[in-house]
Design a protein around this ligand. Structure first.
Ligand SMILES: [Zn+2]
Length: 262
């Protein structure tokens, strides 16, 4: 697995703000509940995957944004935008002239006659090739934001609590209750420790092991499984023993505290 990525930051902050707004405003549109369709995401619900549910959600938001843009902007403008993405991410694409000859369109066609087809061609390329990069970049910004992760998982829980055991026997322990992941991979522990800077996510006590030796810590589900939480890493945090005992499995809790750089 690659350890470093080159950030392009093309619209990354805009998209991050849009995704955040949609989740925090808690007014899920119809497609949000369609998105949380466990039939396709059963494995991600059951154990942490490096492509998280939030990655999928960001990718979907980005694709919908691109589709909306090509539908509503003049062809020329949307082509300009799409080409901007492709150039920045160094994705090769056919020029308009190459596109015309490749598709055997009439060479004596009006210059802009096939711009619609061309914009659809570019749109598909941007969605296929660029959305994975965008979702990684946006994820790396939003993953720091535990309040947002909590709201995201609360939305998800609205779907999970309605799922029936008879329909998903491999996913659920009982109605609306996802089976607890029995083993947390090392990359999950490391990522959480790194994100939360070695501190308990609620009281900020040091749990890194650098300052204190005798302490207990636990990986906690922000939205408990009992309340429709999943085992996706976006729903996990590390707590000190005291906070973990207090929270148990019946409260949805995190904090927005972080350590300052200076
Ligand atoms: Zn604590």
């Amino acid at each position: 697995m690659q350890k470093f990525s080159e950030f392009k930051f093309i619209s990354t902050y805009n998209i991050a703000a849009g995704v955040r707004e949609k989740i925090i405003s808690n007014e899920p549109e119809e497609y949000i509940s369609d998105f949380f369709e466990p039939r396709y995401q059963e494995q991600q619900y059951l154990k942490p995957s490096k492509t998280t549910l939030l990655h999928d959600y960001i990718e979907q938001e980005f694709s919908l944004g691109i589709e909306y843009m090509t539908k509503h902007l003049a062809y020329e403008e949307s082509i300009e935008e799409l080409v901007f993405y492709l150039d920045n991410y160094r994705v090769p694409y056919l020029s308009y002239a190459e596109f015309l000859s490749e598709h055997n369109y009439y060479t004596d066609a009006e210059p802009d006659e096939f711009q619609y087809e061309y914009s659809l061609f570019l749109e598909k390329l941007v969605i296929q090739k660029i959305s994975p990069f965008i979702s990684d970049e946006v994820f790396s910004i939003l993953f720091r934001d535990r309040k947002l992760l909590m709201e995201f998982n609360k939305l998800l829980a609205e779907t999970v609590v309605k799922i029936k055991f008879v329909d998903f026997p491999k996913l659920l322990a009982k109605d609306g209750f996802v089976i607890r992941c029995s083993y947390w991979p090392e990359w999950v522990r490391r990522a959480l420790m790194y994100r939360d800077q070695g501190s308990c996510a609620i009281c900020l006590n040091d749990i890194s092991g650098l300052l204190k030796v005798n302490f207990d810590k636990a990986i906690d589900h922000i939205v408990p499984l009992k309340l429709g939480g999943t085992n996706d890493i976006t729903n996990l945090q590390i707590l000190c023993e005291a906070c973990n005992l207090k929270k148990l499995d019946h409260t949805i809790q995190t904090s927005e505290m972080y350590s300052r750089y200076f």
